[in-house]
Design a binder for this molecule. Structure first.
Ligand code: PEP
Ligand code: MG
Length: 754
């Protein structure tokens, strides 16, 4: 830094005084640019603010023509200022006019200035504007000067973020920070939620930017880094989990960054420019975010999360603010988070929660499963969303389409409000169907059952009029628990489930873990092909202690009532026989120890591994019932991962090969009088449900919210007429015919509203 009028610290102190003066926003900005220019011995200092229309507007200047203020604008990427905004990086030029991006604005009178130094005004890695100094003479700006100007830009970022400058915007204009945005992610949980942002991990707001006592700040920073490193070491030593979803490898990466020399040096430099320890952490993190957010490489973007984690931990050490843990929420809260474990979501009070938006988290993430169970509209895979919002911003989540509207204009808000009301009206109509049977127009009854996995789901059974819980996914309890649930905890859940649903039957499925269903407290087995690996019943048979413990918990929980149990991922008849053997031995054990055993025990298998399609005659004679897991069955039939967006469109549930496979199951079951239902997602989609009924399924188990729409479709259809259209297409495969389109046309022509 050249001599100036006392270096960056004095400048920061001056600017802080200006911030506190009771003057208008414009006057404050005008004084700020005068101080910066004087301190940096520059003839020009200008502030450009990014507007919501993407233009950078000159908001204040010392040295350029004052008449240009609020008149001169440029788009992002245009000229040197636009380039800085686009790249979010400083630019220092001794001879600005020879730079290819230089664009001359006559109204500013800047042609006489040769040297140029500009820095982005950043907040959370987003560009809010650009701060520039210029000199008449050709000169090279030192690294310290660049650093000092970046630090100064932080103060301006706070001023912009506070909303103070909004008053200077022309009518109809708004600043970038407040601009409406329409984002698209993955649809996780259906429904429309309107409300206001609540950040799951609120940013720690650094209130004091300027250091009063630089030495003391340096000591504080050293102590906080030491304490943070110790904390991370302890967490790693203690086990692989702390709080929800925090895993050892994440902590290991954070520990690596916490010892990184480059990171330490950048923190020191920020401190030396006059910032408090907290502000230095924020400064360094802002720069890292600005750089990494523009990376397309997913590995680098992932590192941004690690660095965020590191900065948050350090800020927590410095401020003593502990991370929040769920709890009460304001009215109409929409939670926004980078990612969230299922337990964390369950910690929040449900009554005021209207939606969930995540940066990470695909449709099969555990938190998505919980969101669906709770009926909370949710969208995942929304890049960078935590940086684009502030607590209290208005926001709309459309969990059906995967759209998120930030700070929506009133017409968008009205449209979504209407959509939400329409959905509520349709729900009411479906509710009216609750007690009527799902009977087709030609008198065929289809049993509608629901899928569940948590105790909380069970309340939906009577709300939607489900005939039974056709699939209870027991692994969800294991996935949301902090440690492996003991037998007594399993027993307690199963008993409460049976108590909660009253008279209707429940089909418990034994633990289906492995593949994408990872238990955070269990050592992950590295496998080349986890979907084809050690999972579900395979684990149960190889570790019979686990299976036995679960079966015992179920058998006891029945307390003399009827019980239905099924085994997932059975690939060979022998596996069912072995599992049944274990179960029957448990029944015997309970009997010998004078426990009440179920008055009736039905044991079934999930048909979800294609090999079973060629053992149907044998399996049908052995089991009490079959349940088709079409999610897995179809993905294995087509060798296309159901959650991989690149390939999931490569198959169609309603294609002839899939329907042929499914029909072979119902046909075999009919030959032996074995009851069969289908419990994959397919059964919950009205058009697919009609096709399944047409090929012979008489029982479908689905997510509770699908029961109403499926029942309405079934009640509107003449199954005989539908079968006449569908069967020839299944029997005579013509790849140019889309069964889906044909069925849709049939539904439209026959007033079956889907
Ligand atoms: C299925 O595979 O269709 C099924 C219901 O099981 P899950 O989705 O739990 O794997
Ligand atoms: Mg399955």
């Amino acid at each position: 830094m050249r001599g100036g009028l006392g270096g960056p610290r004095l400048l920061l102190r001056r600017l802080r005084e200006v911030m506190a003066e009771p003057v208008s926003a414009q006057a404050r900005l005008d004084r700020i640019v005068i101080h910066i220019a004087a301190n940096m011995v520059a003839e020009v200092c200008s502030v450009y603010v990014l507007r919501s229309d993407g233009k950078l507007e000159l908001y204040a200047t010392e040295g350029l023509n004052r008449e240009a203020v609020h008149l001169t604008t440029m788009t992002t990427g245009e000229g040197l200022v636009g380039l800085i905004a686009e790249k979010a990086e400083p630019l220092a030029l001794a001879d600005a006019q020879v730079h290819p991006a230089f664009s001359y604005r006559p109204e500013t009178g800047e042609e006489i200035y040769q040297s140029f130094l500009g820095v982005p005004i950043l907040r959370g890695g987003n560009t809010l504007g650009v701060l520039v100094v210029q000199n008449r003479a050709r000169r090279t700006y030192s690294e310290e000067e660049v650093e000092a100007l970046q630090t100064t830009a932080m103060l301006l970022a706070e001023m912009i973020a506070s909303g103070e400058l909004q008053s200077l915007a022309a009518p109809g204009q708004s600043l970038s920070l407040q601009k409406p945005m329409s984002l698209v992610g993955s649809a996780l949980s259906d429904g429309v939620g309107l409300g206001h942002v609540v950040l799951h991990e609120p940013r720690i707001i650094v209130k004091q930017l300027v250091a009063e006592n630089p030495e003391a700040e340096s000591t504080r920073l050293d102590a906080a880094i030491l304490a943070m490193r110790e904390q991370i070491d302890q967490l790693i030593a203690r086990g692989d989990r702390y709080g929800a979803g925090e895993h050892r490898d994440v902590l290991e990466t954070v520990r690596m960054f916490a010892n990184d020399r480059g990171w330490m040096r950048r923190l020191r430099e920020a401190l030396d420019s006059g910032l408090t320890a907290e502000a230095a952490v924020e400064r360094v993190q802002n720069d890292a975010r600005a750089k990494l957010q523009r990376q397309t490489d997913p590995y680098l973007r992932e590192r941004l999360h690690d660095l965020d984690d590191l900065a948050n931990r350090l800020l927590q050490q410095l401020t003593g603010v502990a991370p929040p843990h769920g709890g009460a929420l304001p009215d109409n809260a929409i939670l926004v988070a980078r990612n969230m474990g299922p337990a964390a979501l369950l910690d929040y009070e449900r009554a005021n929660l209207r939606g969930l938006v995540l940066e990470d988290g695909g449709p099969t993430s555990h938190v998505a499963i919980i969101a669906r169970a709770l009926g909370i509209p949710a969208v995942g895979d929304v890049p960078n969303v935590t940086d684009l919002v502030d607590t209290g911003d208005s926001i709309i989540v459309d969990g059906g389409s995967g759209e998120v509207q930030l700070r929506p204009p009133s017409d968008i808000e009205t449209a979504y409000g209407e959509k939400a009301r329409l959905r509520a009206r349709r729900r009411e109509q479906f509710h009216k169907l609750r007690d009527v049977p799902a009977l087709t127009r030609d008198g065929v009854e289809i049993g509608l059952h629901m899928n569940a996995g948590l105790l909380i789901d069970c309340q939906h059974a009577s709300e939607v009029g489900a005939q039974s819980i056709g699939l209870f996914r027991t692994e969800l309890q294991f996935m949301v628990a902090p440690s492996f649930p003991r037998q007594s905890q399993q027993y307690s859940l199963y008993k409460r489930v049976l108590d909660a649903v009253g008279d209707i039957p429940v089909t418990f499925r034994t633990l289906d873990i492995g593949s994408d269903k990872v238990l955070p407290y269990m050592t992950k087995v590295e496998e080349e092909n986890p979907a084809l690996g050690w999972r579900a019943i395979r684990i149960g048979l190889d570790r019979p202690g686990l299976l036995r413990m679960q079966l015992r918990a179920m058998l006891r929980a029945a307390e003399g009532r009827a019980l239905r149990i099924m085994f997932p991922m059975v690939a060979k008849v022998g596996e069912f026989v072995a599992a049944r053997e274990i179960c029957l031995r448990e029944v015997e054990f309970l009997r010998q120890h004078d426990y009440r055993t179920p008055c009736e025990l039905k044991l079934g298998v999930m048909v979800e591994v294609p090999s079973l399609l060629w053992q149907l005659d044998e399996i049908c004679q052995l089991v009490d019932f079959l349940s088709v897991g079409s999610n897995d069955l179809t993905q294995y039939l087509f060798a296309a991962d159901r959650d991989n967006k690149r390939v999931s469109a490569r198959y169609d549930d309603l294609s002839a090969p899939n329907l042929r496979a499914l029909k072979s199951i119902v046909d075999a079951a009919a030959r032996y009088g074995t009851p069969v239902t289908l419990c994959g997602e397919m059964g919950g989609r009205p058009l697919e449900a009609l096709a399944l009924a047409a090929i012979g399924f008489r029982g479908l188990s689905m997510t509770p919210s699908a029961i109403g729409p499926v029942k309405a479709a079934i009640r509107a259809v003449d199954l005989g007429a539908l079968r006449a259209v569908l069967m020839p297409m299944i029997e005579r495969l013509d790849h140019s015919v889309s069964i889906r389109q044909e069925l849709q046309a049939f539904a439209d022509a026959n007033c079956v509203h889907l």
